[in-house]
Design a protein around this ligand. Structure first.
Ligand SMILES: [Ca+2]
Ligand SMILES: [Ca+2]
Length: 529
């Protein structure tokens, strides 16, 4: 078997062009600070502990930046992510901090505003965007706004500026369907709280509320953050999609006046029919392809790749119609789902194939911390989300501990630590590093057009992407068997005869006009100069 594999080429595109004499392209394109980049969700309290109290913190993230992105590109040995999403860092009594009591203070467990500024500067020095998780729909019950609201209601002081701040209904009245309310002690009112009683919901019909939350976002943009992950975006007016999307249109319009390139992605945990309607305002995470028994899951488990690529083509067309800059935000798990390594096994390469499928797709995919080492964690019989947010397994003495309430059994963590996987060729972590580097070297994957391959009788499939003057073919073979695919079947326009990278169990080669690709393997192909 002849092997025409040039793995180094994927990592040295500039050298390649100069080595080939007069390049087809003038030079490697100067990459503008686009938003199509690989993000990494950090559940802050569980990531890395800098001061020995067992709780992850901002300084812990600063100290782990070399792991995330060492700024050395292909010369380095980092994961290579170019965006960080921090779960909420504001003052809050819970371990998850989604019930905020002061939007303008960093929770003492996590550090200080100075730590945040230092982290922002460090990120930006390495071309990493930093976004904050902003839970705006509700506050905590010790937020000064809520305290002032409760007092004003108990005393009947309608002139109080906080009298109308929260969503209420009179006791005994007809309640809006599908929403949850609890009695407001000392009044004849119920307050809206669709998550828990600790999360009272603001009344977004009130201009003062809208301005107050807008000020929060502006404050952090001024501080230098690149944007936000908007928590519970469909809960602003639960069950009223048109009112929700109108709110987000207004809100994003105001923020784009300040920062036109703002990175904004909303959590709208719903089907595409609903999430699509948010895209004129802002992007949404794609929940359709995420999690167990989803399209990525089933495709990674020896499914037909064309199911996934057909979905992606249609999805891209839909969201780009809504807003030309819209992009997909794929992921396989997050802090609200069971971890992927529980339903996709490493030994059968399902995790590897899932990573290939979603990270070698357009837009801005998000890795959930620990996913890259196969960290496990599921709600399980204990029915606690804490089990989905377990301590990162560094394997180097980091003092970070599992969150309060977790009960996941340590003996189930069988996939190894960061330290072990950094030292082991063929580890899942090394696989993630390789995917991200390949994606970075071929920006057409993230930003280009998307044309599914017309391979019909085999499980292997993929897409052709064009961006500027680059053409790339991404091919996944989810079956266990080697496939032989004529190059002419990949494209009628291009001859994809250059293997830029091989990701997976098998090998690949080009033999007499045919691409030979091993089972459980993905490829990135380009054309010969
Ligand atoms: Ca700490
Ligand atoms: Ca609400």
């Amino acid at each position: 078997m002849k092997h025409f594999i040039f793995p180094l080429l994927a990592f040295l595109p500039v050298l390649l062009l100069s080595a080939c004499g007069a390049p087809k392209k003038d030079a490697a394109p100067a990459l503008t600070p686009e938003n199509e980049r690989v993000f990494y969700e950090i559940f802050v309290g569980s990531f890395s502990d800098s001061n020995g109290d067992g709780i992850g913190d901002l300084r812990g993230i600063i100290q782990r930046m070399d792991y995330l992105n060492d700024g050395k590109g292909s010369e380095g040995n980092s994961l290579g992510v170019e965006g960080l999403w921090l779960t909420p860092i504001f003052k809050s009594p819970s371990y998850h901090k989604y019930n905020v009591n002061d939007y303008y203070a960093i929770d003492e467990q996590f550090g200080t505003m100075e730590d945040l500024k230092e982290l922002i500067a460090l990120c930006h020095s390495r071309n990493v965007k930093l976004i904050l998780d902003l839970p705006l729909n509700h506050t905590g019950t010790n937020h000064p706004w809520f305290n002032a609201f409760v007092l004003a209601r108990r005393r009947g002081r309608q002139e109080d500026p906080y009298y109308d701040f929260y969503s209420v209904c009179p006791q005994g009245s007809m309640l809006p369907g599908g929403r949850s309310f609890q009695p407001l002690t000392g009044t004849d009112l119920l307050y809206e709280c669709n998550f828990t009683g600790e999360m009272p919901e603001l009344d977004f019909d009130k201009e003062a509320v809208r301005q107050a939350v807008l000020e929060v976002a502006k404050y952090y943009l001024d501080l230098g953050v690149d944007g936000f992950r908007f928590d519970a975006a469909k809960y602003i007016y639960l069950g009223e999609t048109a009112k929700n999307t109108a709110f987000w249109q207004w809100f994003m319009g105001e923020l784009r006046k300040i920062k036109p390139e703002i990175y904004a992605v909303a959590e709208v945990w719903d089907g595409d029919a609903i999430t699509d309607s948010y895209f004129p305002a802002l992007d949404c995470f794609n929940f359709t392809t995420a999690g167990a028994e989803s399209l990525i899951d089933s495709t990674a488990k020896a499914g037909y790749v064309r199911s996934f690529t057909a979905y992606m083509e249609k999805y891209l067309r839909t969201i780009k119609t809504m807003r030309p800059e819209a992009m997909p935000h794929l992921f396989i798990s997050n802090h609200d789902t069971d971890r992927a390594a529980g339903y996709l096994t490493l030994i059968s390469r399902q995790m590897h194939m899932a990573a290939n499928l979603y990270l070698l797709s357009p837009g801005s995919p998000t890795i959930y911390y620990g996913e890259e080492i196969g960290l496990k964690g599921a709600r399980g019989g204990a029915s606690t989300d804490a089990n989905r947010r377990l301590a990162m397994r560094w394997g180097d003495g980091d003092t970070v501990k599992n969150p309060v309430g977790s009960s996941y059994e340590e003996k189930n963590q069988v996939n190894g630590t960061v330290a072990e996987q950094l030292a082991a060729e063929g580890s899942l972590l090394k696989h993630y590093q390789k995917i991200i580097a390949l994606r970075k070297a071929h920006p057409a994957i993230a930003r280009g057009s998307y044309r599914p391959l017309a391979l019909t009788d085999i499980k292997a499939g993929g897409f052709v992407a064009e961006w500027q003057d680059q053409a790339v073919c991404v091919l996944h073979n989810t079956s266990r068997s080697t496939e032989r695919i004529p190059l002419s079947a990949l494209s009628t326009e291009y001859r994809f005869d250059r293997i830029e990278g091989v990701l997976g169990l098998g090998e690949a080669a080009i033999e007499e006009g045919e691409l030979v690709i091993g089972g459980l393997t993905s490829l990135v192909l380009t054309t010969s100069p």
